[in-house]
Each structure stands twice: as C-alpha cells, then as structure tokens.
Design a protein around this ligand. Structure first.
Ligand code: SF4
Ligand code: SF4
Length: 347
C-alpha cells in the first residue's frame, strides 16, 4: 500500500518546489512536453503524486529524470503551478531519497549546513598543510593522491550503494520482472546517455544548451584524466601541458556562460536557482580557473613563492570531491544516466 505523507508538499518546498498545489489537472503541461509520450506521461502525473503526497509512487518513478527542463510546461501552465521547477525539485528530493548517508537531504534543506560543510573541508585542507609545514612539494604530492583516493572512495562508498538503492526503489521493491539478459542488452543506453545526454535534443529550443553540456562533460572528464592519470601539474610533456590548459579553459568558458545565464534569468531553466545550482556552476568554474592558474604559475615559476595558489585550488577541489560530487547536483548526471538504463530494462 502506498504511503501518503500529508506534509510532503511542505517538505518538497525545501527542495525548491512552490505553487504546485495550484494545479487543476488540465493536462496542458503533458500535452506541451516534447518528451512526454503515451507511456511516459509527465509532468502532470508527477504534479498529482506530489499534491497527494504519494512518496512511494514518486520514489519508484523514473519520470523526474526523464525531464530535461526546457521549461515549456511552466511557460504554458494556466495556473502558474510551475511544473518544470517541480520536476527539478523532485530530482533533488530523489537524490536525497537514494542517498544512504542522509547527508544529501541535509545539505539540500539547509544552507547553513552546506556552508558549514564547505568551511569544514577548507579547514581540514589548511590543517593538513599546517601538519606538512606548508611544504608545497609534499602537499602537491598528497593532493595528487587525494584525487585518486577521493574518486575511488566516493564512488564505492557513496555512489554505488546509492545506485543500488535507486534500483531497489524502481525495480526491486515494486517487483518489476526484468530478465537478467535485459541488464546487458540495455547497457549501451547507460553509456550513450552518460556521455551524450542525447535525449535532451528532443526538447524544443534545447540544442545549444545540449551542445554546451556535451562540451562541458568532455572537458571535465578529460581534465580529470589529465590531472589524475597524466599528472598534469608535474608533467614536462608539452602535449600534456597544452591539453590541460585547453581542457581547463573549456570548463572555465562554458561555466562562465552558465553563471551568466543564471544571473540574467532570461530562460525558464535558469530562472529559479537554488543554492545547490549556484554551488555546482560556481565550483566548476573555480575548478577550471584555479587548475589553469596553478599550471600557469608553475610554467612562469611563480608557484614557489606563491604556494597559496595551489592551496586555494586544493581547497576548491576537496570541496568539490567531498561535497558536490557525492551529495550535490553532480549526482544528477549519474542518476539521470542510470534512469535511462533502468527505464530500458523495465520496458
Ligand atoms: S498545466 Fe499546470 S494546471 Fe495544467 S496539469 Fe500541468 S501543472 Fe496542472
Ligand atoms: S521542463 Fe520541459 S521536459 Fe521537463 S516536463 Fe516540462 S516540458 Fe517536459
């Protein structure tokens, strides 16, 4: 039996939703949505489940992840119930529902706790520097290993169990019958969506945004590879050095555009930014910028007398790896790809 939570609407507002109770079920949003089909009829269904407080129904649904937030439904809703932003809020709520640590929900709901977590991580990095007598060589060496350890542990300790929980809510608990072979057959869907997010192309007026995301994903993943596996900051290979510069520049340019759009608010998708949205784009921008600054100060021999440049980069990197990647908006990239995968398994 479904669990109905009469307080769900109030709780969802802490994740950014508002006014969805104004919905009078006209269906315009579903009719207008270019991603909504006969089998995947949203967002009206999600609005109804949210108004009812049907948490189980929402938790077992992949539909919030099938929306790519073009904002068309919100623009055309006659009751200004803002279904597009409701879908976004449901994605945040689902992220916290999947997260076994409970930290994701705490951070989404409280800006105070989010800022405290950022300060705590910064203090830990500075404390580590103090422990190493602020020796640039030692801290850079440790920073390089930190990246590898952080990637491996965040994935195995936090993200992997959360994906298993997602599977449990969507397929295991509702007893969806899916033959083992379907998990293999659908695997290409996971890879294609993870790297291209091609479904977003079906959203009207979304092509440039899709292209920006694609360039950003390629820039981000390749910079990760260049810093972690090609050891960009210590490399003397001209190819690796230039590659790292280009990748960090790509991240910087695209994220400056994202931040600018959120400031301008001229499109529905950037009109309602939550702290988690701001933190995601600003930290990505800072990562690209500070990585570029570190390598530039190495090449211009400025880093030895300005080791603070590396410390600032390490603080940004640690906050990104320990807060935003496991508990923040970064996870949407992962859950959305797995949602496409599970959707194909279910079908
Ligand atoms: S268009 Fe607005 S009022 Fe109509 S069903 Fe969608 S959310 Fe409700
Ligand atoms: S924001 Fe766009 S993709 Fe998402 S439900 Fe609304 S119309 Fe569909």
């Amino acid at each position: 039996m479904a669990t109905i939570d009469p307080e769900f609407g109030k709780k969802l507002k802490k994740y950014g939703a508002y006014d969805f109770n104004a919905c009078y079920n006209c269906g315009t949003c579903t009719a207008i949505c270019s991603l909504s089909t006969e089998n995947d009829s949203f967002p009206r269904e999600m609005v109804r489940l949210s108004v009812l407080g049907d948490k189980d129904g929402i938790r077992s649904s992949l539909k919030p992840w099938l929306c790519y937030y073009c904002g068309e439904c919100t623009t055309n809703c006659p009751r200004t119930a803002n279904p597009g932003e409701l879908m976004m809020s449901l994605r945040r709520w689902l992220t916290s529902a999947y997260d076994w640590t409970g930290l994701s929900g705490l951070l989404y709901r409280s800006l105070f706790l989010t800022i405290s977590a950022f300060i705590l991580v910064a203090a830990a990095v500075i404390g580590f520097g103090y422990y190493k007598n602020f020796s640039l060589e030692q801290v850079m060496h440790a920073g390089h290993y930190f990246e590898m350890i952080a990637i491996a542990s965040v994935f195995t300790i936090i993200l992997l169990p959360n994906i298993v929980r997602m599977w449990w809510y969507v397929i295991g608990k509702p007893k969806v019958k899916a033959p083992v072979a379907s998990y293999f057959k659908a695997f290409d869907e996971l890879l294609v969506h993870m790297f291209t997010q091609k479904r977003a192309l079906s959203c009207d007026d979304n092509r440039f945004r899709w292209l920006e995301h694609l360039v950003l994903v390629i820039g981000y993943l390749s910079l990760l590879f260049t810093t972690v596996f090609l050891d960009w900051f210590s490399s003397s290979s001209l190819f690796v050095i230039i590659l790292g510069y280009l990748e960090s520049l790509v991240i910087f340019v695209v994220t400056v555009d994202f931040v600018w759009k959120r400031i301008k608010k001229d499109k529905e998708v950037s009109r309602h930014s939550q702290p988690s949205d701001w933190l995601f784009v600003i930290w990505l921008l800072l990562m690209g910028f500070s990585a570029f600054a570190v390598r530039l100060s190495i090449d211009t021999r400025l880093l030895d007398n300005n080791s603070w440049i590396y410390f600032v980069h390490l603080i940004i990197l640690a906050q990104w790896a320990l807060i935003i990647v496991p508990f923040g908006k970064w996870t949407h990239f992962l859950y959305r790809s797995f949602a496409m995968y599970m959707e194909k398994i279910k079908n």
